[in-house]
Write a protein that binds this ligand. Structure first.
Ligand code: RB5
Length: 143
């Protein structure tokens, strides 16, 4: 699975933490920026993620801003993107099972770093249920 990661300045430190953790497991994440704590605009990072996923360069993504809200809003404006703010274990699983979410979102100023890693494990290890009602609803999103 190819995974891309992106963050604004508010999420930069958490992005680096996640990247380092995955690198230790031999998984290199494709980094879409930002590359410092200098202020930047989260919609531009979300746009890059949408391009990465919709072009097939990445299968899944991780996006981070201060709260997780702005970058979720921005990502979900793109067709084909289903970005889910993951804040507990059940949500991490249901985002995949019911919503076929392809982007996991976090708020670095709100969430604990180790919980984020745990939610990512669940997210990446849970399949879409492929249920008829869920497929129908997902298709309706991109009309
Ligand atoms: C940046 O200061 C902050 O507004 C941003 O990271 C995010 O929390 C917006 O929703």
């Amino acid at each position: 699975m190819k995974i891309a990661i992106g963050a604004d300045h508010g999420g930069f430190a958490l992005k680096e933490f996640i990247k380092q953790n995955y690198a230790k497991k031999g998984i290199i994440l494709s980094d879409l920026g930002t590359f410092s704590e200098e202020s930047c605009d989260y919609p531009l990072i979300a746009d890059k993620m949408a391009d990465e996923i919709n072009s097939g360069k990445a299968d899944k993504g991780i996006l981070i801003c201060g709260t997780g809200i702005g970058i979720s809003i921005a990502a979900n404006r793109h067709k084909g993107i289903r970005a889910a703010l993951l804040y507990d274990e059940k949500v991490a699983a249901l985002a995949r099972e019911h919503n076929d979410a392809n982007v996991a979102v976090f708020g670095a100023r709100i969430q604990d770093q180790n919980s984020v890693l745990h939610y990512l494990d669940i997210f990446f290890n849970t399949d879409f249920s492929n249920g008829e009602r869920h497929c129908r609803r997902i298709a309706e999103l991109d009309k």
